[in-house]
Design a protein around this ligand. Structure first.
Ligand SMILES: [Zn+2]
Length: 512
């Protein structure tokens, strides 16, 4: 199979990561069973190390409290335990456990309350499974700890503390034990040295499997990592593989060469400054189904909690059906976001959107001069939250498909006249109709807002574009540059603009 790579003399564009998702087809049942075991081993190793780290932390703390423990006779000395929980130390311990040599520390762990469940467990089966995909879960555990420590430090810096969880008594954000009935699908990752041959993927120790039902745009590019996931029920599992490819930049579909669009996002639909409407899929029926199943699942869980028995077969089936509906909902949203972002990127190079996330809180706190009621404020904040959650996906897709995404302050975009600039609540006649009380300009309210958003973004676009080579030729003093190297992704650079607050320019990517 020929591997597509960028021509060596092409303009030095680093490859871009893109992923594709396929259904996995096994050649025989043994492969499916081994995949399920590998995914189960991931969960097992996560839980084992979570317990081990808890134990080592406790023991290390106690050892510190002993003070000068070297003066104790050997037998009474506390264990000198390294409480390190980086993936490097965990990898070393995993290798020891997998090869069956338990040191003094690990044996002490097995006799402790944390490790007693693992005491009479035979762990030799870990040797029959591929090492790299099972071990890789420890990297995820490492980053889970890092996220926790970050949240902990942030809470400390604010002078507070993280609240405790009810379920296991740990602090919020502390990595959770993974249960069999967990909401997340089971899976494992092939971290590197991925072998692919056309539509076939090699899973270590499991063999070649077929991949189908996916797009094949990037197939043949260098595969970097693969995440294999089990969805569906235990009885009827469906396996999917998400392959992350390194795609040469010249293989990507370029955005429109020029033009700019403003986009006003509302609950249910978005409107651009040309008047095109992007409706979110109508999921009333699906949402109602999910609500009903959620009630049933809650009842089943309540029954099992009251009787002290594990979840009944019927309860398990209901939870499986609920997960299935959630997946369907997610797929439909994802699909709509892909289609809308592609349509926008094909229409214009630059897309100007409202910065919903950062402005949400400050704006509701400010309130409007004409309407200072507290409930109105709270509702505005809530609406904004709903907006942000519904449209974040589109934003993420636009970030890599469009040529340039500019975020502007959303304040008063719906009350401002796009023609004369008059601001007033009376301008908005109804939810759909905008009629200026100063100049009489009449338009669709959403489109009027989109035009305002575009107008706010255009100076930033010029600034972002002007910071390139053309600006240097004309020697315009610009101060700090808002553009980044083409093709490089990173946190958006803040730009101060106007009295209303920070507007942002992100993903400056002129060359593709
Ligand atoms: Zn007007």
């Amino acid at each position: 199979m020929p591997t597509r790579t960028a021509a060596p003399n092409a303009t030095a564009q680093p490859p871009v990561l893109r992923s594709e998702r396929y259904r996995v087809r096994f050649d025989h049942r043994g492969q499916a069973a081994l995949c399920a075991q590998t995914a189960g081993a991931n969960r097992f190793v996560w839980n084992l190390f979570l317990a081990y780290n808890d134990w080592s932390y406790r023991v290390a703390r106690r050892a510190r409290a002993y003070g000068r423990w070297t003066e104790f006779p050997e037998a009474q000395r506390p264990l000198l335990v390294d409480p390190g929980r980086t993936w490097q130390t965990m990898y070393k311990r995993f290798a020891a456990i997998r090869s069956g040599c338990f040191d003094r520390e690990f044996q002490a762990f097995l006799q402790s309350p944390e490790g007693s469940v693992y005491a009479d467990r035979d762990l030799s089966w870990l040797r029959d499974l591929p090492a790299a995909p099972v071990r890789h879960v420890l990297k995820y555990l490492d980053s889970a700890y890092r996220r926790f420590h970050k949240a902990h430090a942030a809470a400390r810096a604010d002078g507070g503390a993280l609240p405790r969880r009810k379920s296991d008594g740990k602090l919020k954000y502390f990595p959770r034990r993974k249960g069999r009935q967990g909401g997340k699908a089971d899976g494992f990752t092939i971290p590197d040295q991925v072998r692919m041959d056309g539509h076939r993927l090699h899973i270590p120790r499991i063999g070649w499997v077929r991949l189908d039902r996916g797009h094949a745009r990037y197939r043949g590019c260098r595969a970097k990592t693969v995440r294999v996931r089990k969805e569906g029920t235990d009885k009827r599992p469906k396996w999917y593989a998400t392959v992350v490819y390194e795609v040469p930049a010249d293989l990507l579909k370029p955005p429109a060469r020029d033009g700019a669009l403003g986009l006003d996002r509302n609950v249910g639909q978005a409107t651009d400054s040309e008047g095109a409407v992007y409706a979110q899929p109508d999921m009333a029926k699906l949402d109602a189904n999910i609500k009903r199943k959620e009630r049933k699942a809650a009842k089943a869980r309540e029954r099992s909690r009251r009787s002290g028995q594990p979840l009944s077969n019927r309860g398990r089936r209901i939870c499986g059906q609920l997960r299935k509906l959630h997946r369907k909902q997610k797929r439909r949203r994802e699909d709509a976001a892909h289609q809308h972002s592609r349509q926008l990127a094909d229409t214009a190079h630059t897309v100007v959107i409202e910065d919903l996330n950062t402005q949400g809180m400050t704006r509701s706190a400010k309130g409007t001069a004409g309407n200072p009621g507290t409930n109105v404020k709270r509702k505005a904040g809530l609406n904004r939250e709903i907006l942000a959650s519904g449209w974040g996906r589109l934003e993420r897709h636009l970030d890599y498909k469009a040529g340039l995404v500019v975020q502007v302050d959303p304040a008063y975009t719906s009350q401002t006249c796009a023609v004369c600039g008059h601001v007033g609540q009376a301008n908005r006649k109804t939810q759909a109709l905008f009629q200026c009380t100063a100049c009489g300009h009449t338009a669709n309210a959403d489109r009027n807002a989109a035009v305002n958003i575009l107008a706010r973004g255009l100076p930033l676009v010029r600034q972002a574009r002007g910071a390139g080579a053309s600006a240097r030729r004309e020697a315009i003093p610009l101060g700090t540059s808002t553009t980044r190297e083409p093709g490089r992704r990173g946190p958006p650079a803040p730009v101060r603009s106007g009295p209303d607050g920070p507007d942002r320019v992100s993903n400056v990517n002129h060359s593709i």
